[in-house]
Structures are given as structure tokens and as C-alpha cells.
Design a binder for this molecule. Structure first.
Ligand code: AMP
Length: 280
């Protein structure tokens, strides 16, 4: 596997791919890779002649500096995992390769998709994320790029950005990979205490409960029932909401011809976890 550490090294690889007109799959990550990430790589490898991943902890998408400092860094281990699944190349750029003019974000129109949920509770997060994804897409010029539904709001924002900027890439959304307990895999899980790891199983259970309740109750009623359930746990609920999958706007009713998804953010101690589930 090629390990490309600068924009110049990446450029030679991309020139080779473009000259031969090969299809290229791209999986952007922040590292600390787990089976959720690897599912994206496996699919990219199946779909394309070549696959490249990136590992870059993007400073501009962290609204909390402590979270940035404590974000797990396991590059050697990540490289071994990517090699073992048969990835062709990994781009591990420095900050200057993506932010040559300092840590300024581009202004990217998101049509309100960034104003709710993660956007509301993590100011600036999506401008930072979209800036780095846009710059990576422009540098790599992939045929397809792969994103997990674990970050469903991010996926919808990227779809919108790619369409608005007319970037010539197909965006592929991939299902959430969970541990056998139901807990959605996340790089942040490795920072959970064993006690909170056990307690966090409740997150997926509450999403399943919401799905069950949604066949009998209005969205608001489902939300209030779930919120009450969290009062009896050690998890601190930041938000639980049910939205239209396409617009990400709060659902007032369940309309049979639309898709609805429940989204949740909780603090397990000082670790912030998110999850979501299509409920209708
Ligand atoms: P991250 O390294 O957290 O930025 O994630 C990189 C990509 O992997 C994003 O598209 C995530 O949505 C995706 N991802 C993270 N966790 C999972 C998971 N449990 N299942 C599927 N995809 C995931």
C-alpha cells in the first residue's frame, strides 16, 4: 500500500490514475479505524479499480479543543488495517497540505441542513467538515466517495455540496456498523469507561423503542416518551429528535410516503456519542 504524506506525493498517484483512466474510490477518515470504517473500504475496493483512504484529524471541525486534543491517534495500527483489507493507498497529509493559507474555512451553502441537530450543538462543525471534504475531493478527484450513515447529517450535507458545486463524484452512503451489543462503532468508544460502554447500549435500544412507538404515536409524543426514559439513566441526553430524512426538519406528523429518522446525541461521562435510525 502506498503511504502518501504530502500533497505532492498524492499528486503523482492521482496523475497515474487519471492518465490510465482508472476508477478511484475514496474513503475520508480521521483515523482510529474500526470495522465501521473498514466496511466503507471493502465496498470501495469492490466498486473501483483503485481505492485510496485519507487519515486527517481536521482541526476546523472541532468546536471543542479538548475533544481535538484527546481524539485517538493510532496511525500505525490504521495502516496495518488498511493493508489487510487491500486498500491501494492512504493519504496522511499535514495541516499545510489542506490549509496552505491558515485554518480558514470556505463558505459552503448548505440550504439549512447545517442549522439543526449537530449543527445547532456544534457551531462551525459542518463548515469545517465540508471545507476539508471539498478540498480532499478536489485534490483526489475520485470516481466515488464513501460515507457512513453513522454521520447521516454529514452525508446529506455532502450530497448537497457535491450537487451545488457540480463536483464529478458519486457519493455512496453506507449503513451503520454496530457492535454485537448494538452500540454504533465509533472511534470515541475506545475512550469510554467499561461502565459507560455498558450503559451506552441504551442508545440503540432507545432508537429501537422509538421505532416501535412510532407506529402508535405522533413524532412529538415519541420524542417526549424517549426523553423521559433518559431521566432514569446515567447518560445525559443532548437531543433526541425525529426528522424528515431529506430535509432534516422536525417531523410533526408521519406521512406514509416520506422517510423519517430518529437522531440522538448523548454524553456518556465526558464522551459525546451520536447515533440514528430510520424509524418509518
Ligand atoms: P470518522 O473517522 O469518524 O470521520 O469517520 C469516517 C467515515 O466513517 C465517515 O463517513 C463515518 O460516517 C464512517 N463511519 C464511522 N463510524 C461508522 C460506523 N459505525 N458504521 C459505518 N460507517 C461509519
Amino acid at each position: 500500500m502506498l503511504i502518501l504524506k504530502t500533497r505532492n506525493e498524492l499528486f503523482d498517484f492521482i496523475q497515474y490514475i487519471n492518465a490510465k483512466n482508472l476508477s478511484l474510490g475514496f474513503v475520508p477518515t480521521m483515523g482510529a479505524l474500526h470495522d465501521g470504517h473498514l466496511s466503507l473500504f471493502k465496498r470501495a475496493i469492490e466498486d473501483n479499480q483503485y481505492t485510496i483512504g485519507s487519515i486527517f484529524i481536521n482541526p476546523t471541525q472541532f468546536d471543542n479543543q479538548n475533544d481535538l486534543l484527546k481524539y485517538p491517534r493510532t496511525v500505525e495500527d490504521d495502516i496495518n488495517k488498511l493493508e489487510s483489507v487491500g486498500c491501494d493507498a492512504v493519504y496522511i497529509p499535514g495541516v499545510e497540505d489542506l490549509y496552505p493559507n491558515g485554518l480558514e474555512c470556505d463558505t459552503i451553502a448548505m440550504n439549512g441542513l447545517d442549522l439543526v441537530m449537530e449543527g445547532e450543538f456544534r457551531p462551525g462543525h459542518f463548515q469545517g467538515m465540508a471545507t476539508v471534504v471539498k478540498r480532499l475531493l478536489l485534490q483526489i478527484n475520485p470516481t466515488r466517495a464513501y460515507f457512513g450513515e453513522k454521520d447521516f447529517q454529514q452525508l446529506q450535507i455532502i450530497r448537497h455540496m457535491v450537487c451545488a458545486l457540480k463536483l464529478p463524484v458519486e457519493i455512496v452512503g453506507m449503513p451503520i456498523i454496530r457492535e454485537s451489543s448494538g452500540l454504533a462503532m465509533s472511534s470515541r468508544n475506545m475512550r469510554l469507561t467499561p461502565d459507560f460502554k455498558k450503559k451506552s447500549i441504551f442508545i440503540y435500544q432507545s432508537l429501537l423503542k422509538a421505532k416501535e412507538l412510532s407506529s402508535h404515536y405522533t413524532p412529538q409524543k415519541v420524542v417526549s416518551k424517549i426523553e423521559k426514559m433518559y431521566l432514569n439513566t446515567d447518560l445525559k441526553l443532548e437531543y433526541f429528535t425525529i426528522v424528515n430524512e431529506e430535509t432534516l426538519l422536525t417531523a410533526n406528523t408521519f406521512d406514509d410516503c416520506k422517510n423519517y429518522r430518529a437522531f440522538i446525541a448523548v454524553f456518556a461521562g465526558d464522551i459525546r456519542l451520536i447515533d440514528n435510525l430510520q424509524i418509518r
